[in-house]
Design a binder for this molecule. Structure first.
Ligand SMILES: [Zn+2]
Ligand SMILES: [Zn+2]
Length: 194
């Protein structure tokens, strides 16, 4: 495990700037890993960890930096709940811890540093100084992780019977007697432009 300051500097580089979200995200991920007893998430523990993030803001980048979990490794799962929280799953032991930033931490930051007018600067300093208990709520949880959600899972690709595009690892849908992709099944996020 690197130190808080080392991770923060890595996060600043990966994210493009230093902000309160980086401080929060680094601490959130370090706390989750500590609870799971993982001290080498990018080394010996790298195949043990899957992370669910519940927000797509600044802190998410910091969580990815500390955990080493990436979308491209299928180790980072995004659930768009708009909540400053993440769940860290040890796939070896099945243990999982959800860490959520307390909404009260913003007001506490104001109380701790009323002399700092800039909110980002105020939170950046206060989030460094606050205790884990003031900053976060933690909960042991169970996460059902089907085989195809595991980073290393491999299975045959199949072809969508409507559009003909290839589909990976059990992401196909059965619809009206056909095996189709989620787009053709009606879940599409796009429509043709013309
Ligand atoms: Zn940011
Ligand atoms: Zn299709």
């Amino acid at each position: 495990m690197k130190s808080f300051d080392e991770y923060l500097s890595d996060a600043e580089q990966a994210h493009g700037h230093l902000c309160a979200g980086q401080v929060l995200g680094v601490r959130l991920a370090m706390l989750g890993l500590e609870k799971l007893g993982m001290d080498d998430p990018q080394g010996k523990d790298r195949k043990r960890l899957v992370t669910f993030v519940e927000i797509d803001r600044c802190a998410t980048d910091a969580v990815a930096v500390v955990t080493g979990c990436r979308l491209g490794k299928r180790a980072l799962k995004f659930r768009d709940w708009g909540k400053m929280a993440a769940t860290f799953v040890d796939v070896e032991s099945g243990r999982a811890i959800r860490v959520a930033a307390k909404e009260s931490s913003k007001a506490l930051a104001r109380e701790m540093h009323p002399e700092i007018g800039n909110k980002n600067q105020q939170q950046m300093l206060a989030y460094r100084e606050m205790s884990d208990e003031d900053l976060f709520a933690t909960q042991w949880v169970k996460v059902e992780l089907p085989p195809e959600e595991f980073p290393g899972f491999k299975a045959e690709r199949i072809t969508c019977e409507k559009c003909g595009e290839g589909i990976n690892f059990r992401r196909e849908v059965r619809s009206e007697g056909k095996v189709v992709c989620r787009g053709c099944a009606g879940e599409s996020y796009y429509t043709p432009a013309d």
